[in-house]
Design a protein around this ligand. Structure first.
Ligand code: 6PG
Ligand code: NI
Length: 186
């Protein structure tokens, strides 16, 4: 059946959607090989295995011509100084995407295979991800960082691209607590 027009209520306190679609939970054990210090990540996964982020989707399906949305909430934390973050992915057909920061503070690390871009995300910031830029979100604060994503339903998620190409840079907590970008492999 076709999707009918709908209003989706966003709860600013709970960071939930109603009606909601599926919710995805990524724990430390789901992030193998992504942090600079893989041994520290593996130890955390073998221990308390904390939730690093959740993604709650609206009921709009990930299908061509639809415009699904989701709320990503990244917990505050670091692994050997590297801020907690999403896996990061490329959209296979290089489709663009829009993020709107809701609460907390964070950043979008983007990489097109040559250049790196870093956008600071504070509540109210709209971050634009152009076609062909792999993107990873980072919580640079001390509270949960949540944002709304709106993307073409056929965009897909290519996680292997990031494993193969990296993200150009990594975001660490600097001496004053703010984000310090360092070369990916340093
Ligand atoms: C998307 C968005 C966004 C993203 C989440 C989790 O294309 O759907 O970029 O919803 O998927 O923030 O990040 P990862 O997909 O990289 O784990
Ligand atoms: Ni995306």
């Amino acid at each position: 059946p076709p999707i009918m027009p709908m209003a989706i209520r966003f709860d600013h306190e709970q960071l939930t959607l109603a009606p909601a679609g599926p919710t995805l939970t990524r724990r430390m054990s789901d992030l193998e090989g992504l942090f600079r210090d893989e041994a520290a990540r593996a130890a955390a996964a073998a221990g308390e295995n904390p939730v690093v982020y959740t993604v709650t989707s609206s009921p709009v399906p990930e299908a061509n011509r639809e415009l699904p949305q989701s709320i990503t909430t990244i917990m505050p934390g670091t692994t050997s100084g590297e801020f907690w973050m999403t896996k990061g992915h490329q959209h296979p057909d290089h489709q663009g995407e829009i993020y709107l920061a809701i609460t907390g503070r964070g950043g979008i690390l983007m990489f097109d295979g040559e250049q790196t871009s870093w956008l600071e995300m504070l509540p109210g910031t709209i971050g634009y991800i152009p076609p062909g830029w792999a993107h990873r979100s980072v919580n640079t604060g001390t509270e949960p960082y949540a944002f709304l994503a709106v993307y073409p339903g056929g965009a897909g998620h290519d996680y292997d691209w990031v494993v193969e190409h990296g993200m150009g840079k990594r975001a660490f907590r600097g001496p004053d607590g703010s984000a310090l970008l360092r070369p990916f492999a340093e």
